[in-house]
Design a protein around this ligand. Structure first.
Ligand code: MG
Length: 378
């Protein structure tokens, strides 16, 4: 069984990204880029050695983030020099070299790359170029059209037998190769390429961290939930909906303040997380919740959602009430709900409808609300 080594190149400081720290320490969905890239290989369970190149400045931070799982090697002035330093300590039979700034590498890419090394002696991840590739001079002119047929754009990982790539680098002690495929091509032979993925981008500029295309690559996890509630209308109770006190001759009956709208929204956000419902967390048999302010219950539910690693994106609700007219209160409700959920009123949709005199709502015996919520991974 051949032993696999990963070399993750992280020695550059990522100046072009313009952050005030190494771009690899920036977080995507709460995880530093370097850890996301590292985990893609580590979690596969097929590698037995991990080497990460870094600058002296980031040595301690990388060691902390990677939890001592990797041998951390100080890089050189160039990528080639850093890789050579890492190859010097590598002991595997096959080595995959990967950019720390490509955190979206997939399991398929990694396994294909390893297979290619076993079959062809090398595996270079690449994608077909959809753009015409040309060479340029320093004066702003195109000097040669390479074309787009039979042209590929090279990514990483790039895999080799350790001895081959060490031998290739040994020929050129001081050359600055852009990547391993070029040094292999020069000294060993034609490297074999494997189809990568356009999502496997190299985070280079600040924009790369925020553009929608990267958003898709980040596997943003969106989930939705639904909630419904209904309370009886009785005399001598205040009518509260969406946390707003509404002028009316009747109010909703309940153990808490009976705010059916907030209850429906509470159930929607809990349900989106696959958590239990409002009655489970705030039972009406518990004296603690007697006359409870439903805004507090919603806030507590939000804490539960946040603890699961999600935040609210939008909520949308419909109130079913025959009377009174709710139009004057809708904006206030939106503002209230947005404040509780740490979103903006633009993220809260509320509509109100009568039931045309039909059923218990139509007979003004009760008011219902139903809500949906969209949440996403923090
Ligand atoms: Mg209720």
């Amino acid at each position: 069984m051949e032993k696999l080594t990963l070399i993750l190149t992280c020695a550059g400081c990522g100046k072009r990204a313009g952050f005030n720290q190494n771009k690899l320490l920036e977080k995507i969905n709460g995880t530093p880029v370097v850890k996301k890239a590292f985990d893609a290989f580590y979690n596969l369970g097929v590698f037995s050695e991990f080497i990460v190149t870094t600058s002296k400045t980031d040595f301690d931070e990388f060691n902390r983030i990677l939890d001592g799982k990797a041998t951390i090697v100080i890089g050189g002035k160039t990528r080639a020099e850093s890789v050579k330093n890492a190859l010097h300590v590598a002991t595997g039979d096959i080595v995959l070299i990967h950019d720390g700034a490509r955190p979206f590498v997939t399991k398929k890419i990694i396994l294909d790359c390893i297979e290619s090394v076993k079959k062809y002696g090398s595996g270079i991840t690449a994608i077909d170029s959809v753009n015409t590739i040309s060479k340029i001079d320093n004066d702003g002119f195109i000097t040669e059209t390479v074309g787009k047929n039979n042209v590929i754009e090279i990514q990483t990982p790039q895999g080799f037998y350790l001895n081959d790539i060490k031998r290739a680098y040994a020929f050129d002690e001081n050359s600055d190769f852009p990547d391993e495929s070029s040094v292999y091509l020069k000294h060993i032979g034609k490297p074999h390429y494997v189809i990568g993925d356009k999502c496997n981008i190299k985070l280079t500029y600040k924009n790369d961290f925020t553009t929608p295309s990267v958003g898709l690559c980040q596997n943003y996890e969106f989930r939705s939930g639904v909630g419904f509630d209904c309370h009886k209308l009785v005399n001598n109770r205040p009518l509260i909906l969406g946390g707003v006190k509404i002028e009316h001759d009747k109010g909703l009956l309940g153990h808490s303040d009976a705010d059916a709208l907030l209850h429906a929204i509470t159930d929607a956000i809990l349900s989106a997380c696959a958590l239990r419902d409002i009655g489970y967390y705030f039972p009406d048999t518990d004296a603690k919740f007697k006359d409870a302010n439903s805004a507090d219950l919603l806030k507590t539910a939000l804490d539960l959602v946040n603890k699961q690693g999600f935040k609210i994106k939008t909520v949308s609700a419909v109130i079913m009430a025959e009377r009174p007219k709710l139009k004057p209160y809708i904006d206030l409700m939106k503002e209230n709900i947005a404040n509780i959920l740490s979103i903006t009123p633009n993220d809260v949709g509320i509509s109100a409808t009568t039931l045309e005199g039909l059923g218990f709502v139509g007979r003004e015996e009760g008011i219902c609300a139903s809500a949906t919520a969209v949440i996403c991974k923090i």
